[in-house]
Design a binder for this molecule. Structure first.
Ligand code: C2E
Ligand code: MG
Ligand code: MG
Length: 404
C-alpha cells in the first residue's frame, strides 16, 4: 500500500462510503476526474475485508442508517485497516472534531475531515495530501501497575523511596517561589520509578499512608535545610483523599512542620483523587482544620476527576491547580482554552491562588500570563530534580533572569 496518494497516481483506490447516493456520485465523479479510482459503497455493509484490502483511502460519511460512521471507525480499527480516512459529514463541527479524536485514538490514519456541503477543491486538497502515519493507539485501560503491593511494601521497608522537587515560578515576578514534592522509587534493579508505577497500588493496598508520611517528612526537612541556607520556598505535597480518614491528621501535619522547623504557611497540601467512598463530613472537618492551622489547600488537577465543582463549593480551598491536560491543549484547541479561561475566572471570583501545571512551551507560558495565573510549573521552566540540585538550578535561573 502506498504511503502517499497523489492525483497522478491512478492506482489510488478510494472507497466512498455514503448512504446519500447523490453526494457519493458527485464525490466519485470529482475523484475520477482527478485520476483516482473510486468505488461507491452504499453504507457500512461495504466495509468487508476484501473491500478494505483494495482501498488506499476511505471517504466516510458519519450519519448512515444501520452502523453509523463512528461504529464503522471501530470496525475499521478492529480489522487493522491502514487506509487513509477522510471523514465527510454534515454533523455539527464539535461532533466532527470528536469523530476525528476517535479515529486517531483508535490508531487510524486520519487524513482530515470535511463538513458537508464542501467544495470539490476542498476534497481534493485533503485527498491529495500525504496519508499520515498511524498514530499510537490511545490506551483505554488504566496503565497497569508495574509493582505489587508486596514489592512496594518491601521498597518502603528498605527505605528506597525518595523525593524529587519541581520548581514553581511566580508569573508576575518570575521569582522562584515554591516546589512541588513528588515521590520517586529509587528501585535497585529497575532504576528510578515515577508515581505512575506505584501510587495506584499503594493507595488501593493501604500503603499510601506510609508513603505519604515518608515523602512529607523528607520534603519538610529539605525545605528547612534550604531555609537555613537563606532560600525561602513554599513546599507543596500531594495528599490523596484516601489518606484523609484520620481525624488527627491536622495535628500530625502541625507536628511534622514543628519538628522540621518550618511554618504551616510554607506548606501547600495538594489534594489529589476523588473523595468517592470517603466520609465527606470527616474530610470537611479535617481539611477545614488544616486551613485553620495555617496550611494552604490546593485542589489538584482541577477540571478532572469526580465532582470538582462540588468539592470547590464545599471545601475551603485556598489554591486551584489547573490540570496539565487543559494547559497542553489550550494553545491550539478552542474548547481547552475556554476551560482554562473559565477555570481561571472562577478561581479569581473565589479569591483562590491560581497555579498552572504542565507548562511545556512558550505559548503555554504566554497564555497563563495573559489570563492572569499566579504561578506556573512545567518542563518549560524545570523538570523535577533531587533536593541537592535545586540550589544549582536556582543559580542558573537567576543567571537567566540576569539577576546573578
Ligand atoms: P501531580 O500532583 O499533578 O503532579 C504533576 C505531575 O506532572 C508530575 O508527574 C510531574 O512530573 C508532571 N509534570 C510536571 N510538569 C510537566 C510538564 O511540563 N509536562 C508533563 N508532561 N508533565 C509534567 P509525576 O511526578 O509522575 O506525578 C504524577 C502524579 O502522582 C502526581 O500528579 C500526583 O498526583 C501523584 N503523586 C506524586 N507524588 C505523590 C505523593 O507523594 N503522594 C501522593 N498521594 N501522590 C503523589
Ligand atoms: Mg500535585
Ligand atoms: Mg496535577
Amino acid at each position: 500500500m502506498t504511503a502517499t496518494a497523489t492525483a497522478a497516481d491512478t492506482r489510488t483506490r478510494v472507497l466512498v462510503v455514503d448512504d446519500d447516493a447523490e453526494t457519493a456520485a458527485v464525490v466519485a465523479a470529482a475523484l475520477r476526474r482527478a485520476g483516482f479510482a473510486p468505488t461507491i459503497a452504499d453504507g457500512s455493509a461495504a466495509i468487508t475485508p476484501e473491500n478494505l484490502q483494495h482501498s488506499n483511502i476511505i471517504v466516510l460519511d458519519l450519519l448512515m442508517p444501520g452502523r453509523d460512521g463512528l461504529q464503522v471507525l471501530r470496525d475499521l480499527a478492529e480489522q487493522g485497516c491502514d487506509a487513509g480516512i477522510l471523514l465527510a459529514s454534515s454533523v455539527d463541527v464539535r461532533i466532527l472534531a470528536a469523530a476525528e479524536r476517535l479515529a486517531t485514538g483508535r490508531g487510524l490514519r486520519l487524513m482530515g475531515s470535511l463538513r458537508k456541503p464542501f467544495e470539490v477543491s476542498e476534497l481534493l486538497d485533503v485527498i491529495t495530501s500525504p496519508i499520515p502515519d498511524a498514530p499510537r493507539k490511545a490506551s483505554t485501560e488504566a496503565p497497569r501497575p508495574k509493582f505489587s503491593a508486596d514489592e512496594i511494601r518491601g521498597g518502603l521497608e528498605r527505605d528506597e523511596f525518595i523525593v524529587h522537587f519541581q520548581p514553581k515560578i511566580s508569573v508576575k515576578t518570575l521569582e522562584f517561589v515554591a516546589v512541588e514534592a513528588l515521590a520517586r522509587w529509587a528501585h535497585p534493579e529497575k532504576g528510578l520509578q515515577a508515581p505512575g508505577a506505584f501510587i495506584d497500588t499503594a493507595e488501593k493496598s493501604g500503603l499510601i499512608g506510609m508513603l505519604t508520611e515518608k515523602v512529607i517528612h523528607e520534603a519538610f526537612h529539605q525545605c528547612a535545610e534550604w531555609l537555613d541556607s537563606g532560600l525561602r520556598l513554599k513546599v507543596a505535597v500531594n495528599v490523596s483523599t484516601r489518606s484523609l480518614g484520620n481525624y488527627d491528621l491536622p495535628e500530625w501535619f502541625e507536628e511534622q512542620t514543628r519538628s522540621a522547623g518550618i511554618l504551616p504557611h510554607q506548606v501547600v497540601i495538594e489534594i489529589t483523587e476523588s473523595w468517592l467512598g470517603n466520609d465527606p463530613l470527616a474530610m470537611l472537618e479535617i481539611l477545614t482544620r488544616l486551613r485553620m492551622k495555617g496550611f494552604s489547600l490546593s485542589i489538584d488537577d482541577f477540571g478532572t476527576g469526580y465532582s470538582t465543582m462540588l468539592k470547590l463549593k464545599t471545601i475551603p480551598f485556598s489554591e486551584l491547580k489547573l490540570d496539565q491536560q487543559f494547559i497542553r491543549d489550550a494553545a491550539g484547541d478552542a474548547e481547552a482554552r475556554y476551560i482554562v479561561e473559565s477555570s481561571i475566572a472562577l478561581g479569581q471570583k473565589l479569591g483562590l491562588h491560581l497555579v498552572a501545571e504542565g507548562i511545556e512551551r512558550q505559548e503555554d507560558w504566554d497564555l497563563i500570563t495573559e489570563l492572569g495565573c499566579d504561578e506556573g510549573q512545567g518542563y518549560f521552566i524545570a523538570r523535577p530534580m533531587n533536593g541537592q540540585d535545586v540550589p544549582h538550578w536556582l543559580r542558573r535561573w537567576m543567571a537567566y533572569l540576569g539577576q546573578d
